[in-house]
Design a protein around this ligand. Structure first.
Ligand code: UN1
Length: 496
């Protein structure tokens, strides 16, 4: 597939003609496609296009704007399987997960289409009976979305759909690992009839493309999902702009907390799903199992035995639970943290590693690495995001310690508790720091109509998905006087 930038409604090469390759992580020799290596000149043209389209787009009826998203969702629905297969080939997610990713994207477009007919402001009381006041939302202007490879369809749509519904125009810069999924998506945007310039897509790396977008003074909203270090630099650059809104969602060191009364079947199912779906490469994946000491032996035995049984292999095989990691750098990072765990005193229960026999040698396949380790505030492996199947089982003596251990990392994205005791679940709900909380469920699998976003190093708490409206609009006050004279609030006199 030869991906092209989408700028002002036209599919174009980068101005230099340079391209980069996208390869299959399950078979490094297979090239899935090429995409333009865009630089400042291409980014500038895309921002010009978004800026030119803005005036007319913001003046288009909100309902009409939503209808383009309905059209888009209908087109994607007809091509769900084709997109899912492309996604599995390009990013290595199991086919069931790729289908779910496309479905999540469709849900986002459907949800936002539905909200087009819902109120987008409030009627507000005034001290003066002759006055009517309103809170009315207005679009911010030109937005950019910089998105990761692990949800190459759903995450761009979390950010694009609410932005354009509210009247903003946008430039998407998808991950260089997954240009083909983004390109397919952009074809559907075009087919759905979005006016030229409303949604633009440029491909390229962080330095020559993403960075240029974020530095552009004309960008009013910077939306990002990805690593904490890139997010921090986007936030810093954004602080130099007068009125830019910036929402960054940046990973986690999530945990499943297994309390003394937990249903063990639920605990094991939740733990395995949280740890190994997407090969541990969700920002919501759990790499810590915080387990009450009364349950630790039974849980550890069950978790290790299920981890050994995890079916690793081709993402297109329906029975496979774990596909490959995304690239060689991800495997090296996994290996580094596995070694570090040993140095930090971990009791290794399952020696996960790069898989090299025939079935696996063409791809970035690894097996789960599992260890038991006491809580230690200084430990890097218990505090840093590995983004791979690297799992710590941490014993705790009671609920208090479970909460303290959960909160001890710099992150705060997703938290799950396995318990039958609703009072204990309430303690977790109120005292743990997270954006997504679950009871008797895995830490993954959020639905689009819920807020999505973490606290601490995971984000500013400004959510993505359905609640992005607060980022891509500003609230204006609009007050009308129906009286024959001016009467002021607060007892203020206006007579001359
Ligand atoms: C991510 O990994 O960045 O809640 C997003 C979930 C998915 C989204 C994950 N709906 O696991």
């Amino acid at each position: 597939m030869e991906c092209k930038n989408l700028i002002n409604g036209k599919f174009t090469d980068s101005h230099t003609g340079k391209v980069f390759e996208s390869r299959n992580p399950a078979d490094k020799n297979e090239i899935i496609g090429t995409a333009p290596q865009s630089d400042e000149t291409d980014v500038n043209t895309a921002v010009d296009a978004a800026l030119n389209a803005y005036e007319q787009w913001r003046n288009t009826s909100r309902i009409k704007r939503g209808e383009f998203l309905d059209e888009f969702a209908q087109l994607v629905k007809q091509n769900r399987e084709e997109l899912a297969i492309l996604m599995s080939n390009e990013c290595g997610k199991g086919i069931n997960e790729s289908r779910a990713d496309v479905t999540e994207g469709i849900h986002m477009a459907q949800y936002v289409f539905g909200t087009a007919r819902m109120p987008y402001g409030d009627v507000v009381a005034s001290e003066i009976a002759e006055k009517d006041s309103f809170m009315r939302r207005k679009p911010k202007g030109v937005a950019t979305a910089i998105t990761p490879w692990n949800f190459p369809f759903a995450i761009p749509l979390w950010l694009i759909c609410p932005s354009v519904l509210e009247g903003n125009t946008i430039i998407l810069k998808p991950s260089s690992e997954t240009p083909c999924v983004a390109y397919k998506m952009s074809e559907y945007f075009n087919k759905a009839g979005f006016p030229p310039g409303v949604i633009n897509v440029v491909y390229g790396d962080g330095k020559t493309c993403g960075n240029v977008l974020v530095k552009d003074q004309r960008i009013n909203v910077a939306l990002f999902v990805g690593s904490a270090s890139v997010g921090a630099s986007i936030k810093k650059l954004s602080a130099e702009h007068y009125d830019r809104m910036c929402a960054c969602e940046m990973g986690g060191k999530n945990a499943v907390i297994i309390l003394e009364d937990a249903n063990m079947d639920i605990a094991l199912n939740a733990a395995i799903t949280s740890a190994y779906k997407t090969t541990g490469q969700r920002c919501t994946s759990a790499s810590r199992m915080i387990v009450h000491e009364k349950m630790i032996d039974e849980f550890t035995e069950g978790f290790v035995s299920l981890s050994k049984k995890i079916n690793i292999g081709s993402p297109l095989n329906e029975d496979v639970f774990m596909g490959p990691l995304i690239n060689d750098a991800a495997v090296k990072k996994f290996e580094f943290y596995n070694q570090l765990a040993k140095k930090e005193g971990a009791n290794v229960l399952l020696e996960g590693e790069r898989l090299t026999d025939n079935k696996y040698k063409k791809g970035h396949f690894v097996s789960p690495f599992v260890y038991k380790m006491n809580h230690n505030q200084e430990s890097r492996v218990l505090n840093e995001e590995v983004f791979a199947p690297h799992v710590a089982i941490i014993p705790v003596k009671d609920l208090e310690e479970a909460i303290a251990v959960y909160n001890s990392t710099p992150y705060g994205l997703s938290c799950s508790v396995i318990t039958e005791d609703y009072r204990k679940a309430k303690e977790i709900r109120d005292r743990c720091e997270y954006g997504l909380g679950y009871v008797n469920l895995p830490t993954i699998g959020a639905e689009v109509h819920l807020p999505f976003g973490g606290v601490k190093k995971s984000g500013t708490g400004l959510p993505s998905a359905s609640t992005l409206i607060d980022v891509v609009t500003h609230r204006t006050a609009w007050t009308i006087n129906y009286g024959e004279e001016i009467k002021m609030a607060q007892g203020l006199k206006s007579e001359v």
